[in-house]
Design a binder for this molecule. Structure first.
Ligand SMILES: [Fe+2]
Length: 233
């Protein structure tokens, strides 16, 4: 549900050979379907420019892909900025859905920011359903209460595979939101084959042992549903 596998479009895979290796690692991890979510920053490019670049990257990769490669869906990891609401965001949603993967800035979330974000989310709520990218990551920058003020709206939550082994507040937060059924999706957020590689198999093993096979299954079922055009949450 979240990865940077498309070549040469963001800080993820730099080239097609790396993307192919990442796809191979994903397939070996048991991943059959992948949503490609390159970073989208409105301050750097228009949605049109982004979509054009994404299509070019996808076509380059498609030519090189083998037969047993996971199926790719197009998406975006959209950084929230106040003027986002002035654009047609449906084109940035996960292919064939009205779900948009949204990322928050890595700063302390102030009251003004939270009010602005919630008003943006209300304005688009008829057309777009938001998925918060790697909710647990923001806790390194902001307090839990502020994060909950963002999450306490009609919003779905994605967690990163690599965060499950965290201790202290991130680990506690993950446990808490899984217990309360507030987490909906899992993503590798893989960027390369070294520092941030595809890690679904390791995450599966860990989640099945430390939580339960049902928890992992729940994440997979949710992803499957939305890719089939169904709604969740
Ligand atoms: Fe990401």
């Amino acid at each position: 549900m979240h990865c940077h596998i498309l070549p040469g479009i963001d800080d993820g895979s730099p080239d097609t050979p790396t993307s192919l290796e990442m796809l191979k690692m994903q397939a070996e991890s048991g991943v059959g379907e992948i949503v490609c979510t390159p970073h989208f920053y409105l301050s750097e490019q228009s949605p049109e420019e982004f979509l054009e670049k994404r299509q070019e990257a996808f076509e380059k990769l498609k030519e090189a892909i083998g037969e047993n490669s996971p199926k790719l869906y197009m998406g975006a990891e959209v950084l929230y900025t106040p003027s986002l609401g002035e654009h047609d965001l449906s084109r940035l949603c996960i292919e064939g859905t009205r779900y948009l993967l949204i990322e928050l800035p890595y700063t302390r979330l102030t009251g003004d920011f939270i009010r602005g974000f919630n008003s943006f989310a209300n304005d688009i709520s008829r057309e777009i359903k938001l998925i918060l990218a790697h909710a647990e990551r923001y806790l390194s920058f902001t307090d839990e209460q502020s994060l909950y003020e963002i999450m306490d709206r009609d919003m779905l939550i994605q967690l990163n595979c690599g965060s499950f082994r965290s201790f202290s507040k991130t680990g506690r937060f993950i446990k808490e939101i899984i217990k309360n059924k507030r987490a909906h999706f899992l993503g590798t957020d893989c960027h390369n084959i070294t520092g941030r590689p595809p890690n679904m198999a390791a995450a599966r093993k860990y989640i099945e042992k430390k939580f339960s096979p049902e928890v992992f299954g729940y994440f997979m079922r949710n992803a499957g549903k939305i890719l089939k055009g169904k709604e969740i949450g």
